[in-house]
Design a protein around this ligand. Structure first.
Ligand SMILES: Nc1ncnc2c1ncn2[C@@H]1O[C@H](COP(=O)(O)OP(=O)(O)OP(=O)(O)O)[C@@H](O)[C@H]1O
Ligand SMILES: [Mg+2]
Length: 1040
């Protein structure tokens, strides 16, 4: 809020009555300026709104602001035009009294803008039905039309209202806008024919030329160039950068349709506008000869065009524009005009046509806004009137129009003073508080000077207009001096002191207005006042085929023999009527201020603003408002605002409001002379007291805010926690449900499984059936799982889990598979060498297993490739061998040979080749046995190393072989199993190895010869081989 402690220094006070030094204009200006700099263009003086034109768009009229002010107490929100609009609306609704809003200020101060914003506010906030929406739309659309035809660019304002406007908005009992009515005052018609330098004619002319399409301009005979028209070039300012004529034209066209003008009517209206432009271009020449001095129209074709546009006869129009009708001895005669008179007649016609069309337009708008309900409903209507009248204005040359405009402002100021003072007094009276008289400047004296009967300026002017004999503007000035010379507020050149004279022309009179001195040029006063239009011209216009013009120029006017009222008198009367209307309503005020003359944003011209503050009587207004007390509020509002400052009134006061306020102010420590309690309001004398209270509230607000915040945070956290807790519980419940369901499911499954298992166990021995199916599957599965972890690790591992009965067959198959697989894997892995060894072992097993005692000892020892290395055998032995034998030598082993005769042991080496066995003695070849000759090999079954090679003799032996043929050979070897096995393999005599189980081996020691015997016994502790007495070879083998 703007009132807050710190903000006050920056943005000032929002009500001038709260200024500490309320009589100081300096303080007033400072406050206004501070606020202006902060974009706060609105400030109150009590209920009066002071508005400073920012000359730029501010975001304070949007929807958000509209809502902020809707239905809010006037002082609750910062000052705003919406607050005034809303307050007037609510007063109208609650008190049922018609309202009016007086918007005043000098030209360009923002009156029209303010009134537009108010209508915008009502359109946005009031209830609406379809019908009402149309009315709202029309109310809004009436603006562009009236502004196009009634506004113009002046030196003060690019969109200056050149007429006064009072607009009633009618509301039905529900508060909806249902109709409207516009009253207009004194359109500045002279602008149609003349504009000062830098000014323009009415907007509509430029809009039509700029925005109208080519076809339309063609029909109207216009060229798209304002410079072509004499009525538009006087001010030498056809285009203005701030005005978009083309866009405005579109808006006007739409608005015309909106208020119910059909295409034909619009065409007729535009024909009139075009007609006025053409009228301006009408030129006169001066006749010669018999017609010497008489005016004649030089551009006849233009008249033809003009006549068509205005819907009149061309010849009649030409005659009427160059003659005037006079009545002599009851006879009507046409008297020719000289060019100057004809020009005046042309200008008068232009002004009349335009002025009356403007009136027609206002009537048209009124007809479209009329509330066409029954009498009852109309009587129940309430009204809010918006007065947007031309502001007080001073130009270099001020004419009759300025005189009327400023007189109007003077009257409104008077009304303002009267009404504000009266309302103040009434309020004090109503509240039972003594009224202290205030001194203020009453401008009645100026109003009287203008309007007083017989002695007022208007009376003198009227008299001069009507007086027979020679009269002109100067005779009027003289008469004025005679009538009111010496009046304190009027000065003429003649009556002025020498100093004043210097600043005045002889043709001027100076009026000391409440708003300042204005010099009026009397030239044209009489003509403007008479507003003369020759009868002949009126007659021609009455014949117009243009319906609008026919309405504007009524034949009845011609019949009326009474002298028409002069403009000033008409204006005075309409002002009196306006004053009456305003006085009958409850007024609100908007006082507009212009911050600079250059229409610039941000510029605040102290002198200019100060001047306006003075003449608008704002200081006086403050003084009146502060006459006794700076601040007043209804008990309810006051208590509502400050009740938090007193424990007794916070948070609620249950008793009477007066007592509540009384308790509150006592608690706040107000001294008795600082305040007064009226009937419904509390009055506070000085702003200081109020500010102290306001500051206390500001401090208190922090405490309250902290408390509220804490409360709110606690509450919001609690509800947040509760919410989360509920969610958590919900999730938990849900999740627990899921878990419980899962568990129940598992339990059910488990029970089923157990049941099946037990049943299966009971029926396990039965053939597979549904009852034992599961169990058997389980047992099978378990067996397989167990088997998987306990498979035999190698081929020799014979372990195998015991299978269940149901799986016995499968288990056996598996076992076989497993063994085969292991064997295959084993086989795949062993080297060829080892394979060879194992094959030899297998052969050994075949020959000796369970047959010979020392076989078992040999099983664990691997057979080796050879027991002697080749080096140990002399090379010549090898040389003795055949090449193939040498090549195929496979095994060498040391042996003992027992000779044939004495069986003496002789150490020898045995070589086994692929084809033969060779016996060597220290490198000497002793015996060569071809395998083909080897008929068998005999060994005992005991633990000895003896073996006998049985050799056969072959008839086909060659000599060498014969020589070597020595019969069977008895050998002994440490590695008998190995040696015999290899020999059996190489010689392919596996089936010819005889393991003698009888303890006796017979052999043939020399071929062919007798048989010898070897006897084996197992007595003794060591091996003994010796020739027994019986000639047998006796072998004693130790027992294992
Ligand atoms: N509140 C505002 N916000 C923004 N611009 C504004 C405001 N009030 C006025 N203006 C600007 O100032 C210009 C003049 O305002 P406006 O036409 O309302 O003046 P006026 O008092 O009606 O003058 P006149 O007496 O000449 O008709 C407007 O065209 C607009 O550009
Ligand atoms: Mg205006």
């Amino acid at each position: 809020m703007e009132w807050s402690l710190t903000a006050r220094d920056r943005v000032g006070v929002q009500d001038f009555v709260l200024l500490e030094n309320h009589t100081s204009e300096e303080a007033f200006m400072e406050n206004l300026h501070k606020r202006f700099k902060e974009n706060l263009i609105y400030t109150y003086i009590g209920p009066v709104l002071v508005s400073v034109n920012p000359y730029r768009h501010l975001d304070i009229y949007d929807e958000e602001h509209t809502e902020r002010y809707r239905g809010v107490n006037f002082y609750e929100a910062p000052p705003h035009v919406f607050a005034v609009a809303d307050n007037a609306y609510r007063s109208m609704r609650t008190e049922g009294r018609d309202q009016c809003v007086l918007i005043s200020g000098e030209s360009g101060a923002g009156k029209t803008e303010a009134s537009r914003r108010m209508v915008q506010y009502y359109a946005a906030t009031c209830p609406a039905s379809d019908k009402v929406r149309t009315v709202k739309e029309r109310l809004l659309q009436s603006n562009p039309i009236l502004e196009a035809f009634g506004n113009a660019k002046t030196l003060h304002n690019d969109n200056s209202s050149r007429f006064g406007k009072y607009m009633d908005v009618q509301f039905d009992f529900k508060g909806a806008p249902v109709g409207g009515h516009v009253l207009h005052y004194l359109l500045e018609k002279s602008r149609v024919v003349h504009q000062s330098h830098g000014e323009r004619n009415f907007h509509v002319f430029y809009q039509l030329l700029e925005g109208g399409d080519d076809e339309l301009l063609g029909r109207l005979g216009l060229e798209r160039n304002p410079g072509q028209y004499r009525f538009l070039v006087k001010g030498n300012c056809c285009t203005v950068h701030s005005i978009d004529d083309r866009r405005e034209w579109k808006a006007v066209r739409t608005a015309l349709s909106m208020v119910g003008s059909g295409d034909n009517e619009v065409e007729e209206l535009l024909s009139i506008v075009a007609g006025v432009l053409h009228l301006g271009n009408l030129q006169y020449g001066e006749g010669t000869g018999r017609r010497g001095g008489n005016a004649y129209v030089t551009n006849d074709t233009l008249v033809t065009y003009l006549a068509r546009l205005l819907g009149v006869n061309g010849a009649l129009l030409t005659e009427a524009l160059t003659h005037k009708k006079i009545v002599a001895r009851g006879e009507e005669l046409m008297s020719p005009l000289n060019p100057e008179q004809a020009s005046s007649a042309r200008d008068a016609l232009s002004k009349a046509v335009y002025g009356r069309t403007f009136t027609w337009l206002v009537d048209k708008i009124n007809a479209s806004l009329a509330y066409n309900a029954d009498v009852n409903a109309r009587e129940n209507c309430s009204v809010i009137g918006l007065l947007d009248i031309y502001g007080f204005e001073v130009f270099k040359r001020n004419s009759f129009e300025q005189f009327c405009i400023n007189y109007c402002n003077e009257k409104l100021q008077q009304l303002f003073i009267e009404l504000t003072l009266r309302s103040e007094q009434e309020e004090y009276e109503a509240e039972g508080i003594a009224w202290e008289p205030v001194h203020f400047f009453d401008n009645r004296v100026i109003c009287d000077l203008v309007e007083q009967k017989f002695r007022g300026i208007i009376s003198v002017l009227d008299e001069e207009c009507l007086r027979p004999g020679h009269t002109d503007d100067f005779t009027f000035l003289e008469k004025l001096e005679d009538a009111v010379g010496g009046h304190a507020h009027l000065v003429t050149h003649r009556l002025a002191d020498s100093e004043t004279r210097k600043s005045m022309g002889r043709h001027e009179f100076r009026l000391r207005h409440y708003a300042g001195d204005v010099d009026y040029d009397v030239n044209g006063f009489l003509d403007s006042n008479k507003d003369l239009l020759f009868r002949s011209l009126k007659e021609v216009m009455c014949t117009s085929e243009n319906k609008i013009l026919r309405r504007c120029f009524d034949r009845e006017e011609l019949m009326d023999k009474r002298r028409p009222e002069t403009s000033a008198v008409q204006f005075k009367a309409s002002l009196a009527r306006l004053t009456e209307i305003l006085a009958s309503k409850e007024p609100s005020y908007i006082r507009c201020i212009k911050p600079n003359d250059s229409k610039q944003a941000w510029r605040f011209n102290q002198a200019l603003v100060s001047h306006q503050v003075q003449y608008l009587g704002l200081m006086e207004n403050v003084r009146v408002r502060r006459a006794g007390f700076a601040y007043r509020r209804s008990y309810e509002v006051f208590l509502q605002r400050y009740k938090s400052l007193c424990p007794d009134t916070w948070p609620h006061w249950r008793g009477k409001l007066t007592d509540g306020v009384s308790t509150l102010v006592k608690h706040l420590g107000y001294k008795p002379d600082e305040y007064k309690l009226g009937r419904t309001k509390v009055f506070i004398r000085s702003p200081k007291t109020l500010f102290a209270t306001e500051d206390a509230l500001e401090t208190r607000k922090h405490g309250l805010a902290a408390k509220l915040q804490a409360g709110w945070r606690g509450h919001s956290q609690k509800s947040k926690y509760q919410k989360l807790r509920n969610f958590a519980i919900e999730i938990q419940t849900w999740w627990r449900g899921i878990l419980a369901r899962r568990r129940a499911h598992h339990r059910r499954q488990a029970a089923d499984t157990l049941r099946r298992f037990v049943k299966g166990f009971v029926y396990r021995r039965e053939p597979q059936c549904p009852d034992n199916e599961y169990f058997l599957d389980y047992v099978r599965h378990q067996f397989l799982v167990k088997l998987c972890g306990n498979l035999p690790r190698n081929v020799l591992d014979k372990s195998w889990p015991t299978p269940p009965t149901a799986l016995a067959e499968a288990s056996e198959l598996l076992r076989e598979l497993c063994v085969r697989n292991m064997a295959r894997t084993y086989c795949d892995r062993i080297s060829p060498e080892r394979k060879n060894q194992l094959e030899q072992k297998a052969v050994a097993s075949e020959i000796f297993r369970n047959k010979k005692d020392n076989y078992l000892q040999s099983v664990a020892k691997l057979f080796v490739g050879t027991r002697l290395n080749k080096v140990q055998i002399k090379t010549k032995v090898f040389q003795a061998l055949s090449d193939s034998e040498r090549m195929n030598e496979k095994y060498l082993v040391p042996v003992v040979k027992y000779d044939r005769r004495g069986y003496r042991p002789r150490p020898r080496q045995l070589i086994l080749t692929a084809n033969s066995a060779v016996i060597l003695e220290s490198g000497k070849l002793k015996q060569h046995i071809d395998y083909r000759d080897l008929t068998g090999v005999s060994v005992s079954s005991l633990n000895d190393g003896l073996f006998v090679l049985h050799v056969a003799s072959r008839s086909s032996d060659d000599n060498k072989q014969k020589k070597n043929k020595k019969g069977d050979v008895v050998l002994s070897c440490e590695y008998v199993i190995e040696t015999v096995t290899k020999l059996a393999i190489y010689a392919d005599k596996i089936n010819h190895v005889n393991v003698n189980q009888e303890g006796r081996i017979t052999f043939t020691p020399a071929a062919p010869g007798k048989e010898a015997v070897i006897d084996f016994t197992t007595a003794g502790s060591q091996l003994l081989v010796a020739k027994a007495k019986n000639g047998h070879l006796s072998v004693t083998v130790p027992q294992c």
